[in-house]
Design a protein around this ligand. Structure first.
Ligand code: GDP
Ligand code: MG
Length: 693
């Protein structure tokens, strides 16, 4: 069972390998990542764990790409057994240089090729490293996945990373140190990473680069395990007991001291089997370690790593399962939004987009759209705002009397009476004036049409900004052009109807309107204003009421005064007595002839009556216009577009000669779909693997 767990993670690792293991990977699998300074012995530790020579060696940075090393215990994998496996100390184990039928390696990038010769594995690692990094000793974060099947390994997944280096050599990039550091951080910062920090025992642990990095991402030391190499190279009389006892830098998983082959051993081709035996002997004989010798050396390290990994996998599997399902769903959704690859004909793509567009358009106008936001008004609500707030207030803001002055009324009264003085000149003056004011409503009404036009275009942009429209940018562009063109065409009859409404109001002034102030009522109001119920006249000196006879006298005096002041009527000024000479010579009237002089009472009263009538009638028209104009716009522009846009777009787009070009997919969409297809495939695979546990 335990072995299958690790095997499951291994399979997942392979399944997710196409995603590059980087931050783009939606799931982070438990794995053991090896960190340490250059030449601290990382590769040596790995080789000892595997029991075979297979890693490239040399000076400088040899490991330049992450190596994801999956060790699979073949017997265990086959039988799923839980037997304790003796690592490479068994007598039948082959020599490093020998080929063995039950031990081989496989690269993920070379499926179906089994490497029985570990020398060839080394060559392939070098070749594959150079393939991705070039020969200039650069590095690459793209991992090489190597799987080793052997009866002599414990099932484990380890990642070998470039060692921390300080100085670029040759034509290595100047920032090589940072590049390596970033790559290491990418691997060990994942919470599921177990950090195997390799430190040479003959250097100061406090200066260890590997431990320093590990502490950055794992300050508690709860997922870091220390390895002390080169214990054999320590000065006589010194040992690592303090470190092992956790007295220097404590780690939850502790430290394991090991001894790898030294440079000389490698040159003399000392076998790993011999090396492991010497290691065992070293710890068993050493005075400092012999009491705890079974907690030292490579076999113990391998067992410990296996246990830690297993424990970790058990703890994280449910979470991994959930993450896989979650991201699978996410990518499936995205894929279905992107739609299938161009299997449809151009016309059916166009039909689809047009149908959806018409549906969205109607939905937004009717307030049924799913896109409706709670943050702002949209679509139909905005249109309603334009009608009931902006337009109504715009119309309401017209004050007829900011233009009509009493003097104008007088002039018009005279003008409208024409050459034949009429008995009651007011009626015609009223009509002329009120028509002029009604005409003023045309401008805001047409403006309202434009505002609605803008709102409809706004709905267009709202719809086509949805991701599914970005799939065919040219088609989308054409669709919105045809939509706007359609609206523009409809704008003409809409404007005509609106102008007609205002004009019909101008043309016929319906004085029989039931709400219209009756002439007699107006007269009565004005009469009341001009001749309030006779008040008792008061003596200006004493403040006491005058006797009736004197009251009459005063009134007569006042009337007389009024006559003298303006009694000559409209043309009083012009024909005043000072111009007697003109009177006699009967000169032609001046080019501009205005009504001047003080108004007579009758004129004042008539002016007042006209003003009252204008106000009353104007109100009626104002109400009508703010009611009818929106209805007209609704009919001619909004409902019309709702009903006909689909047909219009179909006709236009279907008849486009370059429809086939328009449905070329956006490069980004194609790219995105490829990515999604890959993700869905990989994750489906992963999901199957996980659910088999
Ligand atoms: P890496 O750069 O961290 O991968 O280090 P290597 O594994 O390549 O080792 C660097 C050098 O140190 C090699 O020459 C090894 O032979 C030597 N070395 C590594 N571990 C030990 C050890 O435990 N004892 C001795 N004597 N030499 C070691
Ligand atoms: Mg190395």
């Amino acid at each position: 069972m335990d072995e299958t767990l690790i095997a499951t993670i291994n399979k997942l690792q392979d399944a997710l390998a196409p995603l590059g293991g980087g931050s783009s990977s939606p799931v982070d699998l438990p794995q053991i990542t090896v960190v340490g300074s250059q030449s601290s012995g990382k590769s040596s530790v790995l080789e000892n764990i595997v029991g075979r020579d297979f890693l490239p060696r040399g000076t400088g940075i040899v490991t330049r790409r992450p190596l994801v090393l999956q060790l699979i215990n073949k017997r265990a994998a086959a039988k799923s057994s839980n037997d304790l496996i003796q690592i490479n100390t068994t007598k039948e184990n082959g020599d490093a240089s020998e080929n063995n039928a039950d031990e081989w390696g496989e690269f993920l990038h070379l499926p179906n090729k089994k490497f029985y010769n570990f020398e060839d594995i080394r060559t392939e690692i070098v070749r594959e490293t150079d393939a991705k990094t070039g020969k200039n000793l650069g590095i690459s974060p793209v991992p090489i996945n190597l799987r080793i099947y052997s009866p002599h390994v414990l099932t484990l997944t380890l990642v070998d990373l470039p060692g921390l280096t300080k100085v670029p050599v040759g034509d290595q990039p100047k920032d090589i140190e940072k590049q390596i550091r970033d790559m290491i951080m990418k691997f060990i910062s994942k919470p599921n990473a177990i950090i195997l920090s390799v430190n040479a025992a003959n250097t100061d642990l406090a200066n260890s680069d590997g431990l320093k990095l590990a502490r950055e991402v794992d300050p508690e030391g709860s997922r870091t395990i220390g390895v002390l190499t080169k214990v054999d190279l320590m000065d006589q009389g010194t040992d690592v007991i303090d470190i092992l006892a956790g007295r220097v830098i404590p780690l939850r998983f502790g430290y394991v001291p090991v001894i790898n082959r030294g440079q000389k051993d490698i040159e003399t081709k000392k076998t790993i089997r011999d090396a492991l035996e010497d290691e065992k002997a070293f710890f068993e004989d050493h005075p400092s370690y012999k009491a705890k010798a079974h907690y030292c050396g490579t076999p113990y390290l391998a067992k410990k790593l296996n246990g830690i990994l297993l424990h970790h996998i058990k703890g994280t599997l449910p979470d991994i399962k959930m993450r896989i399902e979650h991201s699978l769903k996410k990518y499936q959704n995205e894929l279905s939004l992107l739609g299938p690859e161009m299997a449809e004909s151009p016309t059916s793509i166009a039909l689809n987009m047009i149908t959806n567009f018409a549906k969205d358009y109607n939905g937004i106008l009717n307030g049924e759209s799913k896109e409706l936001s709670s943050q702002e008004l949209s679509g139909g609500a905005r249109i309603s705002f334009v009608f009931h707030e902006i337009f109504k207030n715009g119309i309401g803001a017209i004050d007829p009397f900011d233009q009509i002055k009493d003097a104008d009324i007088r002039t018009i009264m005279h003008n409208t009476s024409g050459s034949a003085p009429s008995l009651f000149v007011g009626t015609q003056a009223f009509e002329v004036l009120v028509k002029q004011q009604i005409h003023r409503m045309e401008e805001p009404s047409l403006r309202c049409v434009n505002l609605i036009f803008d709102e409809l275009v706004r709905i267009l942009s709202q719809i086509i900004s949805q991701p599914q429209y970005s799939r065919y940018p040219a088609l989308k562009e054409q669709l919105s052009q045809y939509f706007i063109q359609f609206l523009r065409e409809e704008l003409i009859p809409t404007n005509t109807l609106v102008t007609d409404i205002i004009q019909s109001e101008e043309t016929y002034v319906n004085t029989a309107h039931p709400d219209f102030l009756k002439g007699t009522q107006a007269m009565a109001i004005v009469e009341e204003k001009f001749h309030p119920k006779p008040q008792v006249a008061v003596d200006p000196k004493t403040g006491k009421p005058l006797p009736p006879s004197q009251q009459q006298l005063q009134q007569q005096q006042q009337q007389q005064q009024a006559k003298e002041e303006g009694g000559n009527g409209f043309f009083g000024g012009f024909f005043s007595s000072k111009n007697k000479k003109r009177l006699q010579s009967m000169e032609a009237p001046p080019p501009v002839l205005r009504a001047t002089g003080t108004m007579s009472e009758r004129e004042s009263m008539e002016t007042e009556v006209i003003k009252l009538l204008i106000a009353s009638y104007y109100n009626i028209v104002q109400r009508t216009v703010s009611d009818v104009v929106p209805k007209a716009i609704m009919l001619k522009l909004i409902v019309k577009s709702k009903e006909n846009i689909q047909k219009h777009l179909l006709e236009k787009l279907y008849n486009s000669p370059d429809l086939a070009d328009m449905v070329k997919e956006n490069e980004l969409t194609v790219q995105k779909r490829k990515e999604c297809v890959k993700m869905v495939e990989v994750l489906t695979n992963a999901s199957e693997i996980v659910s088999s546990v």
